[in-house]
Design a protein around this ligand. Structure first.
Ligand code: DAH
Length: 339
């Protein structure tokens, strides 16, 4: 019995020593110490041992088991350590390699221009509000004095969801929404995306952006409108900029005007940039039509106001001297990085 135990012990220790993987150690554990393992079967053979020898044999079996277990544990730790060291060697970081380029994007010229416009108007005490791109005909047309069958609807054909709901053609829809809230006075700008069923070319896109402006208060006059837009133009295009108000027609303002700024390239002398005229058209504006005020729940005898609408792309194209609007929608980082 003693010899048999010695043999088992020696054999187990030899096998453990020769193992080079954790799975092998497990196999050895099962083969010797498991339910059907060799040491266990020695215990099972106890009944053939003389009763007076049993404690001794039992003790020997236990000693053998402890020894094998300790050796298994020790080898397991050593193997794990070796595996970790090998892994560390494999994963070593070569700090002399060139770093991976972290390619971050760049603000879009539209965004840069919008932030500039927002900065100017916030500086004059305006609030920035937003309205929905999918809009009711009521806000986009009806409440802006553009009833069904009005010819202005033809110029601003758009994508209809159904008869009453459409993709807004102008941020002017936010005027009606803001006035309806009933909180006066109003001093807001509202930037956002608008849609028209236009063909793509160097100056048109079926989807572009506008910034709407609206001021409603007591005693607002055309002088306020002129002063505000002149100040805005000087901030945006430089302190020498002059403004010109040309009479125009918009259904929701009366009187209405289009605003030109003196060409910031040639100072008004006339160049290729302003097509020789010395002026560049930048926006539409006017005094809010009394009927519009009424439709939006404001008493036109008590309150007056002015409104304006700027094309954001137009500002970006002018300011950064980009000659094709399509470049703004390609999002080529090499292009965007220049602004
Ligand atoms: N919504 C007009 C357009 O898309 C621009 C405009 C003109 C807005 C006059 C205004 C305004 O607020 O008063 O052509």
């Amino acid at each position: 019995m003693k010899e048999q135990l010695e043999k088992i012990k020696e054999e187990a220790l030899k096998q453990i020593e020769a193992s080079d993987a954790l799975e092998k150690l497990n196999e050895i554990r099962v083969a010797y110490l498991g339910k059907k393992g060799q040491l266990t079967s020695v215990l099972k053979g106890m009944k053939d041992v003389a009763p007076e020898d049993r404690p001794k044999v039992g003790q020997m079996v236990n000693e053998a088991r402890e020894l094998i277990e300790a050796k298994l544990e020790e080898t397991k730790t050593a193997l794990a350590k070796k595996a970790r060291e090998e892994q560390m060697k494999k994963e070593v970081i070569d700090v002399t390699l060139p770093a991976k380029k972290n390619r971050i994007g760049h603000s879009h010229p539209n965004t840069v221009a919008l932030e500039e416009v927002e900065r100017i108007f916030i500086g004059m005490g305006y609030e920035v509000v937003e309205g929905p791109e999918v809009e009711y005909d009521e806000y986009n047309f009806e409440k802006l004095n553009i009833p069904a069958n009005h010819p202005a609807k033809d110029e601003q054909d758009t994508f209809y969801i159904n008869k009453e709901i459409l993709l807004r053609t102008q941020t002017s829809s936010c005027q009606a929404r803001e006035m309806e809230k009933g909180k006066l006075p109003i001093r807001m700008i509202s930037p956002g995306r608008v849609f028209r069923s236009d063909e793509v070319d160097a100056t048109h896109s079926p989807s572009f952006h506008q910034i709407e402006g609206l001021v409603i208060d007591k005693n607002i006059t055309f002088a306020d409108l002129k002063g505000t837009l002149a100040e805005f133009s000087r901030e945006l295009f430089g302190p020498e900029t002059k403004v010109k108000f040309r009479p125009h027609h918009f259904p929701f303002t009366e009187p209405s005007a289009e605003v030109d700024v003196s060409c910031f390239k040639c100072g008004g002398k006339g160049c290729r940039f302003c097509k020789g005229s010395g002026w560049i058209e930048i926006l539409g504006c006017g005094m809010v039509h009394p009927h519009v005020l009424e439709m939006c729940g404001i008493d036109p005898n008590e309150y007056t106001g002015f409104a304006f609408g700027v094309g954001l792309e137009r500002i970006a194209l002018l300011k950064y001297e980009i000659d094709d609007m399509r470049l703004l929608y390609e999002n080529d980082i090499r292009f965007l990085k220049q602004f």
